[in-house]
Ligand binder design. Structure first.
Ligand SMILES: [Zn+2]
Length: 698
C-alpha cells in the first residue's frame, strides 16, 4: 500500500514566495514538472519496505571479506534488478588481514584471561549468532606483555601531559578510552610514544550507563559491549596507494605500507575495569577520571597485561570486496553523473551502521525507478552505489574513485553520502557549502515523521536558531565514503541522517532488535531519509543549470580567514590575507552575477548546447580548489577547502594547506600557501565567469 502524506504546515510568507518561484536552476515549465515529480516520488519510500530491507540486511554480522558480506551484495543486486535498474558489481582484491586469534589477559595481580566476546542478550536474536572477533582492523600482529598505563583519550596532548608527569608508555601497554579522536590516531600516537600494545575501551561516561540505561534495557552500551573498528590512517587499500586495487596490480610489501605495527584490541568497560582498578602510580589529571566506580590512576602498573593478536596475513592477506551499482541512465546528459552511496559492510549486524544508509539508497533507487517506469527519465545519469570495506578504511569507495577518476572528474556533478541514515529522530545534514541550500530546500519538502511539519521545520526547531538564521550544517571532515569524491577529486558532496542516543556503535548489538526498540521503532525515519535522498537525486539530476550556490560557498569560507589572521598575529609574522579575502569577495560577486544571469536566461529560452557548456563550466568551479600535488602532508588529499585534521581524524580542518603550514610554524610556507589558495579562488572565479558566458552562448 502506498503511504499518502499530508503536509499540514502553515506556510510563512517566505515559504509562500518560495513556492511561487521556479526551483533554483530550473525554467518555469521544468520547475513545475519537477515539483510534481518530486511530490510523487517522495511518497514511494515507505517505513514497511524500509523495515523489510533492514531486517534482511541485518540478519547476520557482515564484515567485509566474509561470505556474509557477499550475501548482502547479492541481496542488493537482486532488488535493483527487480526494479529494472542496470546493475554492476565491481570487485577489488584488498590487503585486509582478518584475525585468527585475539587474547587479552591480566597477568598480575590475580591472573585472569578476559572474555572479549559480546554475550547474547534476551530479545535480540542476532546477539546469539556467530560474531566477528573483537578487533581493531589493521592491528599489528604479535604478543605484547607489560605494565599498563592509562592514557586518557590517547590524544597528542594526553601524551604531553603524561610526559610532564614523568609517566612513559615506552615498553608498556597503553589503555585509552574511545572518543575525541579517530581510533587510528590513538594507535599512531601510542606506537609513536613507544607503547608495545594498545587497548581501547568504551568508557561508561561516553556511551554507557552514565549516559542512560544500557542494552537491552536501554539504548546505551552495556558492560560487555565492544566498539570494533579500523585503525588504518590512510584511505583505501594500503597496498595500492593512489590506484585501484584490481587483480594483478603491483602492491607494496607489508613493511612498506602505512599501517600500525603494535597489537591493538578494543575492549568493553567491564574488561577495562579489570585492569584499570589495579593501576596505581600518579593520580590522573583533572578531566581524566571516567565513569567507572573507582579512582583512576595513570600508572605505570603495577598491573601487568598481555595483548595478543594473530591474523591471516601470511596465508591469505588479500580479500575480495564488492561495490554494487544500480544505474538509471540520463535522457539528456547521460555523461553527467549524480551518485548516491552508502557503505554496505559492518562490524556486526549493523542495523544503524550502515544498513540504515543502505536502505535509504535502496528505497531512493526504487522510488526513482518507479517514476522512470511512469515515463519520467532523469536528464542526468543517477548511480545508486553501495560500498564495501568502508569500515576498514573507506576502501570500496576509494578504489572506485581512484579507478574511475577520469570519468568522475569530467562528469560527476554531486556525490551524496548515506552513513547511518537513521538511528534516531534528530536530523542533521552538511557537506559542500555549494550544495547546502539544495539540501535545505529538499528538507522543506519532506514531512517529519513526528507529524508536525517538514523535516526542515523540525530541524530548525531542534537547533534553536534565530529566525533569520539557517540551522547549522556540518563541514566535510573525515570518516566516510565521500572522502574520495570530495578530498581527492573536488566533487561537491552532501550528507544527512537522523541521529539519536545510542551505545551500540560497531557492536554485535547494533541489530534489528536494537533499532526496532530504540533507534527507529516505526522505521519512519528510514523512510524520511530515503525521501530526502529521492528528492535530492532528482533535483540535481533534472536541473537545467546545476543548482550549486557559490555565494553561500564564499560566505561560508570567508569565516575561516579571521582565525588564520589571528594565528598569523600570534606568530608575529608579516603576512597579509588581504588578497585572499579579495579573491573570496570576487567569488561571491561573480556567484551573484551568475545567479542573476542564470535566472534571467532560464526565464527566456536557452538551448541545450549552451546548457551543456554552462554545466561543464560550473563543474570546474569546485574542481578548481584541488591541486594535483595535494596537501604537503598528504598528497592524496587534493582539495584545499576542507580535510580531516591529521592529528584527530574526525575533526575537520578548513583551508588545510594554509592551516597546516601555520601549525608547522613555517612563515614562508604559510605565505606561499595563502598565495596559492588565492590563485585557486581566482581559478574558481574564472570557471564561474565562463559558466556565465556560456549561458549567453559565448
Ligand atoms: Zn558507517
Amino acid at each position: 500500500m502506498r503511504i499518502h502524506i499530508v503536509v499540514a504546515v502553515c506556510m510563512s510568507a517566505a515559504a509562500a514566495a518560495r513556492a511561487q518561484q521556479p526551483l533554483v536552476g530550473y525554467s518555469a515549465a521544468n520547475s513545475a514538472s519537477e515539483r510534481r515529480l518530486e511530490a510523487s516520488a517522495i511518497t514511494r519510500p515507505s517505513p514497511s519496505t524500509a523495515a523489510a530491507h533492514s531486517k534482511q540486511l541485518s540478519r547476520e554480522a557482515h564484515v567485509s571479506g566474509t561470505p556474509a558480506q557477499a550475501r548482502t551484495r547479492d541481496y542488493v543486486i537482486a532488488q535493483l534488478k527487480r526494479w529494472g535498474l542496470e546493475t554492476e558489481v565491481r570487485a577489488y582484491d584488498v590487503w585486509m588481514p582478518h584475525p585468527t586469534s585475539v587474547h587479552v589477559a591480566r597477568l598480575s595481580p590475580q591472573p585472569k584471561e578476559l572474555q572479549l566476546a559480546e554475550p547474547p542478550v534476551p530479545g535480540d536474536p542476532t546477539s546469539s549468532l556467530p560474531q566477528y572477533p573483537t578487533v581493531n582492523g589493521y592491528s599489528g600482529q604479535g604478543n605484547a606483555t607489560g605494565e599498563v598505563v592509562y592514557v586518557n583519550y590517547g590524544l597528542i596532548e594526553d601524551y604531553a601531559q603524561l610526559d610532564s608527569m614523568g609517566v612513559s608508555v615506552k615498553g608498556r601497554i597503553a589503555i585509552a578510552r574511545y572518543g575525541r579522536s579517530f581510533r587510528g590516531i590513538k594507535a599512531r600516537e601510542a606506537e609513536k610514544h613507544g607503547a608495545i600494545g594498545l587497548l581501547i575501551y568504551s568508557d561508561p561516561q561516553d556511551d554507557g550507563f552514565v549516559v542512560g540505561d544500557v542494552y537491552p534495557e536501554g539504548p546505551m552500551r552495556n558492560s560487555a559491549g565492544v566498539q570494533r573498528g579500523s585503525i588504518l590512517n590512510v584511505d583505501g587499500d594500503p597496498s595500492t596507494p593512489g590506484y585501484g586495487s584490481t587483480q594483478g596490480v603491483p602492491r607494496l610489501a607489508p613493511d612498506k605500507m602505512d599501517i600500525p605495527h603494535i597489537p591493538v584490541v578494543p575492549i568493553s568497560y567491564g574488561n577495562a575495569a579489570e585492569l584499570l582498578r589495579f593501576v596505581r602510580g600518579a593520580n590522573v589529571p583533572r578531566g581524566w577520571q571516567g565513569g567507572l566506580s573507582f579512582h583512576y590512576h595513570a600508572g605505570p602498573g603495577p598491573v601487568k597485561a598481555r595483548v595478543s593478536v594473530m591474523d591471516d596475513r601470511a596465508m591469505r592477506p588479500l580479500k575480495p570486496i564488492y561495490d554494487t551499482f544500480g544505474v538509471i541512465r540520463g535522457g539528456e546528459f547521460p555523461d553527467e553523473l549524480v551518485i548516491i552511496g552508502g557503505h554496505r559492510d559492518g562490524w556486526g549486524p549493523g542495523a544503524a551502521d550502515n544498513v540504515s544508509g543502505t536502505v535509504s539508497v535502496l528505497e531512493a533507487a526504487r522510488a526513482v525507478a518507479e517514476e522512470v517506469k511512469n515515463g519520467a527519465r532523469p536528464k542526468r545519469t543517477i548511480i545508486f552505489a553501495t560500498w564495501d570495506a568502508e569500515e576498514w578504511g573507506l576502501i570500496g569507495s576509494t578504489e572506485f574513485v581512484e579507478g574511475d577518476s577520469l570519468r568522475l572528474s569530467r562528469g560527476a556533478v554531486a556525490y551524496l553520502n548515506q552513513d547511518v541514515a537513521a538511528q534516531g529522530a534528530r536530523f542533521g545534514g552538511g557537506g559542500s557549502p555549494s550544495l547546502r541550500p539544495t539540501l535545505r530546500d529538499v528538507a522543506r519538502l519532506v514531512p517529519d515523521p513526528n507529524g508536525k511539519g517538514s523535516v526542515y521545520r523540525e530541524w530548525r526547531r531542534a537547533s534553536a536558531v534565530a529566525d533569520s538564521a539557517e540551522p547549522p550544517m556540518g563541514d566535510p571532515g573525515g570518516g566516510s565514503d565521500f572522502a574520495g569524491f570530495y578530498n581527492h577529486l573536488g566533487i561537491p558532496i552532501a550528507e544527512w541522517g537522523f541521529g539519536g542516543a545510542g551505545g551500540v556503535y560497531h557492536s554485535q548489538y547494533d541489530s534489528f532488535a536494537w533499532m526496532s526498540k530504540f533507534g527507529d521503532s516505526s522505521f519512519a525515519y528510514h523512510a524520511a531519509a530515503a525521501r530526502i535522498a529521492t528528492a535530492m537525486v532528482l533535483r540535481v539530476a533534472n536541473a537545467d543549470v546545476l543548482p550549486y550556490d557559490y555565494e553561500e560557498f564564499a560566505r561560508t569560507i570567508r569565516r575561516y580567514v579571521a582565525p588564520v589572521d589571528r594565528a598569523i598575529a600570534d606568530h608575529h609574522w608579516n603576512i597579509s590575507t588581504t588578497e585572499l579575502q579579495r579573491a573570496i569577495d570576487r567569488l561571491q560577486h561573480e556567484a551573484a552575477a551568475f545567479a542573476a544571469a542564470r535566472d534571467s536566461a532560464l526565464a527566456g529560452s536557452v538551448n541545450t548546447g549552451a546548457l551543456t557548456r554552462t554545466n561543464q563550466a560550473l563543474m570546474q568551479v569546485e574542481r578548481a580548489f584541488t591541486r594535483p600535488e595535494g596537501l604537503r602532508t598528504r598528497p592524496w588529499f587534493r582539495n584545499l577547502i576542507y580535510v580531516a585534521d591529521e592529528n584527530n581524524g574526525y575533526a575537520n580542518m578548513a583551508l588545510p594547506s594554509v592551516n597546516e603550514a601555520i601549525r608547522a610554524g613555517n612563515e614562508a610556507l604559510t605565505r606561499s600557501e595563502i598565495e596559492d589558495l588565492t590563485h585557486h579562488f581566482d581559478q574558481a572565479v574564472e570557471a564561474l565567469t565562463a559558466a556565465r558566458g556560456a549561458l549567453h552562448g559565448s
